[in-house]
Structure formats: structure tokens, C-alpha cells
Ligand binder design. Structure first.
Ligand code: ZN
Ligand code: ZN
Length: 433
């Protein structure tokens, strides 16, 4: 055997390893671009048939049928209506999870599109309109497209991809379990356990197609606040004969403002304490027995979150006590802080920047809304990011926000969502750990 012939295969191996990864990334990107119109068609179909949290049955059937057709192993009934698909690559490697949420909101759609939702459903005993007003329809369509393309290259894929279609991101109906915590409880992060998880949210007020990222805390923790102030009913003309819960509540609302303004270190992370509702009494000359208040708390640090909760309780109870009234404080934790793993984000940022291209990606400030993707990030390293869907020629500040009845998706932004999610999966699997 001549010397050169012996070395040739060895050299070929050396040169082909990186080239193969680049080829795979290029092939995937090309195929994503080719199915853009189908992603949009799926989004429109799902948009026209929205379903509320824990009721996503048609949606789940559609997704499961799509994944099965692609030859992906499918598990249904995860956290009620969730669907988890496992695509095993032809080569050994790590496991990456991609997540899309499935639920719509009790909102009457006011956007005039041919696939506008006219769906009605029951929500907490009331008939409501239903609309994909948070853009989860886009998330599912994007992930369906990514699944189709990655399934088409499975032989070249080193490792596995887990597709997690999650119900009830907006929170399950009262009295029901659901969302990311139940998906985890139902074993979606086991057999196999993913080494990382990626997810995106289409976001209003960001130009269509713009990719917006951030390492560390990106979205706030969200908690619900309930305060009941109890006094003693009396005639409005004889306040001294009772204990006034209205004046006490007013002082509590004022006192709570001191937490963010005077007591926590806002140079570290921002926070919000909001009292949003206050109800008490029935008549203008009767001081009532009690007043009920509800509100929300947002923060970006677990320690600060606990500290704020303790301060709310202390302030409300102390002010009530000073007025001879009493205050019962209940805080329900809704979602933790969405914290993007610093090392993972640093590693995957070049992927997002490459897909974004010149001027197509940017750093995003923290946002005060919450995301239950944060529960996955408590289990495994995860990165969540935003993709813009507001028409580029529109005033970004005036775009109807997510959850609005006028929330509008410029579908030209979906391609960047699908390209970025597919590229993150491929790059994560082909890169060295
Ligand atoms: Zn939402
Ligand atoms: Zn959402």
C-alpha cells in the first residue's frame, strides 16, 4: 500500500469533522427557509382554533399527528394535554430539549385577519372569547417546522432532540394543576434527561424577525398577593364606635410603596409591588367589617423575592395592628425568575448572532412579565429569548402588547424564530460539551 493512500482516509476524517457540522447547519437552515409558508399555515390554523389552558385537546391531536408522521416517538397526555416527542439522531451525542407552549387566553379577538378567532369557551363559570393573544400559536407552528426539518436530517444528528409542547403556560384554571411544574412532574425531563433546554417567545414591540437575548435574569418572578383587612362595622357618622378597615387599607397601600422605594436595594435588581384591586363596603354611610385587596409582586432575584414577601406581611400586619384591626396576608407563588444560564448563553450567543445577521439581533432589557419556562431552568441549564413580531414600519412603542385583544403577529418574524431554534439545537449537539 503506497504511503499516500494510507494517509488519505485519515486526513479526510480530520478535515471532514468540522465540515460535516457546518454542512448539517447549512442544510437545516436551507430546509427551514423552504418550509416557511407551511409554518405560517400551521400558525393560522392553530390561531383560528385557540384553546384555553388545560383544554388544548384539538391542538394536542394536531401536534401528535404531525410528530408521528415524522417518525418521532410521541408521548401524549403529559400534564393533561401536553405532547412530548423524542427524535433519536443517527449518531451518539447529547440531548437537547426545545419547548413551545400551547394555550390561548380568555380574550375576544379584535384583529381583522381572515383566520380571526371566533371561538367561545367557558372560563371560571363564564362564557368568554378565546384568542391566541400571547402568540403561543406561533411557538407551536415554529416548533412543528423545526421538528420536521430535524427529522429529515436524523441520520446525521449526533444525539437526540426532545420536543416539549407544554399546556397551560398562562396558568391552569383555579383548582387544577398544570403548566411547566406538572410537565416536569409527569417526567418530561427524564428518559433521557436533556442537557439543555431552549425556548422562545414572540414579543410585541420588537421589530419582526429581530432576535433579542439576555444572559442571567430575563423575566421576573410573578406572585399573587391577597390581603384581607378586618375591622368592625359601624355607621359612617360614628366611626369611633367601630374599627375602620377602609382607612387601614389605605395606609397599607401607602406603606407597601416603601418596600421598593425605601427598603430593598434597587441598585441590585428592580422589583414591583402592585395593589391592583381594593373592595369593601356597600353603602356611603356604612363603614364595612372588612376590605379585600389583591395585587402582584415582581422581582429578579430569589433572595429579594423572599425578602419582599416578608416585608409585605410585616407592614400589612403592623399597620393593621396599630389601627386595632387585623390583616391576613396570603402570597401565592406563580412563577420563578426566568434566569438564562450564563455559560450556556455565552456558548450559544454566536448562534443567535449568526442567525440574526447584520443588525438582526440585540441585547434585551429585563422584562417585568413572568414565564413558567423558569421551572425547566431550575432543573437543567436553559436559555429563553424573544423574537420580534411587530411590523418594522410601525411605532414599536404603540404596538398592542402580548395579551391584548389587538395583539398582532407580523408573520415575517416567524422564520427567524424557526431558524434560530433549529440552529440552537444543531449547534448544541454538534459542539463539544
Ligand atoms: Zn402570556
Ligand atoms: Zn406567553
Amino acid at each position: 500500500m503506497p504511503r499516500t493512500a494510507f494517509f488519505r482516509p485519515f486526513l479526510f476524517l480530520l478535515l471532514s469533522a468540522p465540515a460535516a457540522a457546518d454542512d448539517l447547519a447549512a442544510t437545516v437552515d436551507q430546509r427551514i427557509r423552504a418550509i416557511e409558508s407551511r409554518v405560517i399555515a400551521w400558525r393560522r390554523d392553530i390561531h383560528e382554533h385557540p384553546e384555553l389552558s388545560n383544554r388544548e385537546t384539538r391542538t394536542a391531536d394536531l401536534i401528535a399527528a404531525h410528530l408521528r408522521k415524522l417518525g418521532i416517538e410521541v408521548k401524549t397526555g403529559i400534564a393533561h394535554t401536553g405532547v412530548v416527542g423524542l427524535l433519536k439522531g443517527g449518531k451518539p451525542g447529547r440531548v437537547v430539549a426545545l419547548r413551545a407552549d400551547m394555550d390561548a387566553l380568555p380574550v375576544v379577538e379584535e384583529v381583522d385577519v381572515p383566520f380571526k378567532s371566533t371561538v367561545k369557551a367557558e372560563y371560571i363559570g363564564q362564557q368568554v372569547g378565546v384568542m391566541h393573544a400571547c402568540g403561543h400559536d406561533a411557538h407551536m407552528a415554529i416548533l412543528m417546522g423545526v421538528a420536521e426539518v430535524l427529522a429529515s436530517v436524523r441520520e446525521q444528528l449526533p444525539g437526540s432532540v426532545k420536543f416539549i409542547f407544554q399546556p397551560a403556560e398562562e396558568g391552569p384554571p383555579p383548582g387544577e394543576e398544570g403548566g411547566a411544574p406538572l410537565v416536569i412532574k409527569d417526567g418530561a425531563l427524564e428518559n433521557p434527561k436533556p442537557d439543555a433546554i431552549f425556548g422562545l417567545h414572540v414579543f410585541s414591540g420588537i421589530p419582526a424577525g429581530m432576535i433579542a437575548y439576555r444572559a442571567g435574569p430575563l423575566m421576573a418572578s410573578a406572585d399573587w398577593l391577597y390581603i384581607t383587612v378586618k375591622g368592625k362595622q359601624t355607621h359612617g357618622a360614628w366611626p369611633w364606635a367601630g374599627i375602620d378597615p377602609v382607612v387601614t387599607s389605605a395606609q397599607i397601600v401607602g406603606g407597601l410603596q416603601n418596600i421598593v422605594a425605601r427598603q430593598i436595594d434597587v441598585s441590585k435588581e428592580p422589583a414591583v409591588v402592585t395593589v391592583a384591586t381594593i373592595h369593601g363596603g356597600a353603602r356611603k354611610n356604612i363603614i364595612p367589617d372588612q376590605v379585600e385587596m389583591t395585587g402582584t409582586i415582581r422581582s429578579f432575584d430569589e433572595g429579594m423575592r423572599q425578602d419582599i414577601h416578608a416585608r409585605i406581611k410585616h407592614i400589612a400586619e403592623s399597620i393593621a395592628q396599630a389601627n386595632d384591626a387585623s390583616a391576613e396576608v396570603r402570597i401565592d407563588k406563580a412563577v420563578p425568575v426566568t434566569i438564562n444560564d450564563a455559560a450556556l448563553t455565552e456558548k450559544m450567543l454566536p448562534t443567535l448572532k449568526r442567525i440574526g445577521g447584520e443588525g438582526g439581533s440585540r441585547l434585551n432589557p429585563r422584562v417585568m412579565v413572568g414565564e413558567d419556562f423558569s421551572y425547566f431552568q431550575q432543573q437543567i441549564p436553559g436559555m429563553f429569548y424573544f423574537v420580534g413580531i411587530t411590523p418594522k414600519d410601525q411605532d414599536m412603542a404603540k404596538a398592542a402588547p402580548n395579551h391584548s385583544q389587538r395583539f398582532y403577529i407580523d408573520e415575517s418574524g416567524l422564520l427567524q424564530g424557526a431558524r434560530s431554534l433549529a440552529a440552537l439545537a444543531v449547534d448544541f449537539l454538534t459542539q463539544k460539551p
